[in-house]
Ligand binder design. Structure first.
Ligand code: AOS
Ligand code: ZN
Ligand code: ZN
Length: 400
């Protein structure tokens, strides 16, 4: 006999008070490049108040954390955030209440890498790319960062242009050399993307390829899942479930997209998809103090102000995490096992449709945070002060 849906929903509702403690541990890493001017290949628009230095980017990230309590770390990108003294940069971040997080390598803005970096046929080019990663690891030692994130632009535009198999073999060898250089407690996360800047093939196009490589490397190599890096219609939450099952989901690059790798505010284009992803994260043990999954944003704010853009982003992740935590998993399992298709769907949708904003506002206030961080920022006059003080903001690196 099918369970009564109405009864299941009424009796099963997990209250906000039940999940408040779990929410307290949430941390979402901000990308330094989100604070710089960015755009498309058509135009990079300048935004008043944009940081001119890495220190100003860190100060802006600190403002996001101050108002939300959600973003204690900021990711660096080398060489966009190159400085002489990374230990000093770490202390600067500490003085602002932050820590430096993931170090992102860059082998995509140098003429040398026109035909590939870690996959290149020329051993000298591969060595240069590997050495760049050694430099990133050295920086991680100075900043105390845990993760080295590798996103490769390597790929080809035309069938026959490259030897697909040979490129995989060279990639595996290069990655192994980098992996062997990691220090204790450091991890390598390998991001995948199915197109762009190469359009025929990409050398790490999908989670399966990333998984194959990181599995061969060892325990401290994991997959990085960028939500914008899939073909339209891809069931991303299935990938999340599978990688968690395999113990290889290392990190998220959160953003949202309508068409391609749009890098828009996470949860803006498809809040329901974000909910479904976070439901699988919670279901699979990817959320909480013992989880190896690092939550990061990978976004660009081309036309909106960057600090409130980042505040909106972390709040979106928090709101959707709360809804995912509200799913009554015991009731859901009962409905699933009973073959109650619509009952199970109803339990999931009930959590998705729960408006957690009033509870979250009260919860924030109880923790000394503004009830509405967006409004608090808008009313603070901070953006206007930055616009007056900072002249000549730097580009993020994208669309340069
Ligand atoms: C590129 O499309 C990727 O999303 C990268 O993760 C990222 O935006 C870049 O590597 C910045 O570090
Ligand atoms: Zn990314
Ligand atoms: Zn991307």
């Amino acid at each position: 006999m099918l369970p009564d849906l109405k009864r299941l929903i009424e009796e099963s509702t997990v209250a906000f008070a039940d999940i408040a403690d779990q929410l307290a541990g949430q941390a979402i890493e901000l990308p330094s490049w989100a604070f710089g001017n960015s755009g498309t290949r058509f135009r990079v628009f300048g935004t008043p108040g944009t940081p001119r230095t890495v220190q100003e980017k860190i100060a802006d990230a600190a403002k996001v954390h101050e108002l939300t309590g959600l973003a204690p770390t900021v990711a660096l990108h080398i060489p966009w955030d190159q400085v002489d003294d990374y230990a000093a940069l770490g202390r600067f971040a500490g003085d602002h209440g932050l820590r430096l997080g993931t170090v992102n390598s860059n082998t995509f803005q140098d003429d040398l890498y026109k035909f590939g970096s870690l996959t290149h046929t020329d051993e000298a080019v591969r060595r240069k790319a590997v050495e760049h990663h050694f430099e990133c690891i050295e920086i991680m030692h100075q900043t105390g960062s845990q993760d080295l994130k590798i996103w490769l632009a390597d790929g080809t535009n035309y069938p026959g242009q490259g030897d697909l198999r040979g490129r995989q073999d060279r990639l595996a060898e290069s990655l192994q050399t980098i992996y062997d250089r990691l220090g204790d407690g450091q991890r390598l996360v390998l991001e995948y993307k199915f197109f762009e800047p190469a359009f025929y093939h990409t050398d790490v196009p999908d989670w399966g390829t990333s998984y194959a490589h990181v599995s061969a490397l060892g325990e401290r190599a994991m997959v990085c899942l960028d939500t914008g890096h899939h073909a339209p219609g891809t069931n991303i939450e299935f990938i999340v479930a599978q990688l968690l099952r395999l113990g290889k989901l290392g990190s998220f690059d959160f953003n949202s997209r309508f068409y391609a790798d749009d890098d828009l505010i996470v949860g803006a284009a498809d809040p329901f998809q974000l909910f479904r992803i976070l439901h699988e994260v919670v279901r699979g043990g990817g959320f909480g103090p013992d989880s190896p999954v690092a939550f990061m944003l990978d976004q660009c704010h081309n036309v909106e102000d960057k600090i409130p853009g980042q505040i909106r982003s972390v709040l979106n992740v928090q709101e959707m995490t709360a809804r995912a935590l509200l799913v009554d998993r015991a009731a859901l399992a009962t409905a699933q096992e009973a073959g109650d298709v619509l009952g199970a769907n109803g339990i999931l949708m009930d959590a998705f449709y729960t408006d957690v904003r009033p509870d979250l506002a009260a919860w924030r206030e109880s923790r000394g945070l503004p009830a509405d961080p967006m409004r608090s920022y808008a009313e603070s006059g901070h953006q206007q002060r930055l616009a007056a003080e900072r002249v000549g903001g730097a580009q993020s690196g994208w669309g340069a």
